[in-house]
Design a protein around this ligand. Structure first.
Ligand SMILES: [Zn+2]
Ligand SMILES: [Zn+2]
Length: 171
């Protein structure tokens, strides 16, 4: 994983982000400790923090007791890692939390508090997956039902066409 050592600037407020070593996961995170309290995760790093039983104490410690300036979330942010435009994405199908994702390098940026909120959504990734499956099943199920309906509307015509064919060919 790209655990870059280069200093980056916060995609939300522009302040230089602080490299914070997280011993439990053995990785460096970029945290906007002097600006907005946002966190930047390199590709896949986020997976190590989004479940409830994963340790984020080192992150919380860094952010604790600080006042952060709330940033507008409506502006397109630029990935501090690779310079590509980041895309607003919902963290789950509940669509309550929107995070910034970089499709180019896989980086993710979370505004202050978003990590805590995301972790509260599900107990673990199995639950998250189950929820997605339930949702997909519902969506796909409806689509199949719609196809079935469309098919039943075509069938009478097919019968008519077949009858006409028999009539014409004398079979
Ligand atoms: Zn910031
Ligand atoms: Zn990127």
């Amino acid at each position: 994983m790209a655990d870059t050592q280069k200093t980056i600037n916060c995609p939300a407020c522009g302040k230089e982000m602080e490299k914070v070593f997280i011993p439990s996961q053995g990785i460096n995170l970029d945290i906007c400790t002097e600006g907005c309290g946002g966190i930047f995760f390199d590709n896949r790093e986020f997976d190590s923090f989004d479940e409830k039983d994963e340790d984020i104490s080192a992150i919380v410690e860094k952010l604790e007791g600080k006042k952060f300036t709330k940033q507008s979330e409506n502006i397109t942010r630029i990935c501090p890692n690779c310079g590509a435009k980041m895309v607003k994405n919902h963290s789950s199908i509940h669509k309550t939390i929107e995070i910034d994702e970089c499709y180019s390098c896989g980086g993710k940026f979370l505004d202050n508090d978003e990590l805590v909120k995301i972790r509260e959504e599900y107990d673990n990734n199995e639950q998250r997956d189950e929820d997605i499956m339930r949702y997909l099943y519902k969506e796909v199920g409806q689509e199949l039902a719609a196809q079935e309906k469309a098919y039943s509307e075509i069938v009478p015509h097919r019968t008519y066409v077949r009858k006409l064919f028999y009539k014409l060919t004398g079979l």
